[in-house]
Design a protein around this ligand. Sequence first.
Ligand code: NAP
Length: 461
Amino acid sequence: MSQNENPLVVAIVGAGPSGFYAAEALLKALGPAVRVDLFDRLPTPFGLVRGGVAPDHQKIKSVTAVYEKTAADPRVRFFGNVKLGRDLSVDDLRARYHKIVYAVGCESDRHMAIPGEDLAGSYSATEFVGWYNGHPDHREKSFDLSCAGVAVVGVGNVAMDVTRLLACDPEALAKTDVAGYALDALRKSAVKTVWLLGRRGPAEAAYSEAEIEEIAELPTADLVVKTSETVVDEVSQGELADPAVKKKVSYVQGHAALGEGSRPRKVRLRFRVSPVEIVGEDGKVKALRVEKNALVSDGKGGVKSVGTGEFETLPVGIVLRSVGYRGIAIPGVPFDEKTGHIPHAGGRVLSAAGGAPLPGEYVVGWAKRGPSGLIGTNRADSVATVAVMLEDMKAGTPDRAADVSAEAPLKLFAAKGLKPVQFADWKKLDALERANGAKSGKIREKFTRVEDMLSALGSGA
Ligand code: NAP
């Protein structure tokens, strides 16, 4: 590659899938005429692929080979353990990059707004997922799995992941990259029943068919569904025109006929029930009270649930709400509290929802469209934002005056006493994790604390 004298210099904030796909799209579109610096608040790259995708889904995680290729490109630098809003300000980036792309995902979660959500034993799926994946934000949490029943609220694919991890044979995880402490806890788990709770009907379930099938096929657990709850309501009949929905509904209807089964654990998939109260005793979760729902038109072509006044109490010691993620506001970056992500028009960041575009600032991935889609969905999404960026360049939208030299961020780090973790450092951590894992036959044993990562790298990082 010949070096371009005046390349476009882009900061991408967040080295998860959408950040890497944005980098890839920029490299492809601009050849030697671009340089990309990828920042991440963690010393490790790959975002949700490392910290979100379930350890028994290694095939999905193998997408990191594509990101590695991008990172190895000489036009790309990785600056890990540098957090926007803590270590650097948006103005620091504005002064040193022509363009900024926010690829910061949705790191928090939504609440159910019901009594008892603060009890010990009530958690978000985000916390549980982060815990079993060894994410530094969640590794110090502990989940008391000595109870017999767990309720998982929501029936999206995250709910499927956490249910599967609770219902599977932990030995099936023993060779994966599941955090060692989580594997120990899962081995000691007394959980016998996982209640999977959908507030609407089987036609509206958010899970993919493959994910519910995977639960049904666990050798350790029966998927138990009540025949009466798999009946498709009058108001939902139209949804059956979609062959994928029809297939998903037929699957659970067929499954309901199998009854209780004889496997040691049960996953009780329920439809048309909404949690109304987490019941506690001595500050701990003891049960979950749910209300049965009826489905009605939402007046916008969709279907919503309404309570019927009929209640039921489920005996559970843990409630995991898996009702969707939301973003976290970053100082200096516009944030729409209502939607929980960065306001934008086609990927151009707006000063506020409905406001004017901020020149040179763009957004990709979950931070752009909210928490939806599979890992690969982010590729097309990032390509679309990069296309908009290229349009702005062609239209001559002025870039901010900036010292865009390759040294400018390095000087800033030095001035602030920051020592970013570079991609070569990550490769050292990667090798150490693989070697540590190999000692117990695992793919890798992750570093789960930032300080451990930095000390493994010595003072150089
Ligand atoms: P999701 O697909 O949006 O599912 C959220 C679930 O929570 C829905 O069932 C929703 O029901 C329910 N819900 C929302 N508010 C509720 C409330 N107040 N009370 C009860 N239920 C409520 O979100 P997700 O599961 O977090 O997944 C996020 C994205 O990541 C999805 O696109 C998913 O496919 C993807 N993902 C994929 C995989 C995989 O491929 N293996 C794994 C994990 C995640 P309603 O439909 O009624 O709103």
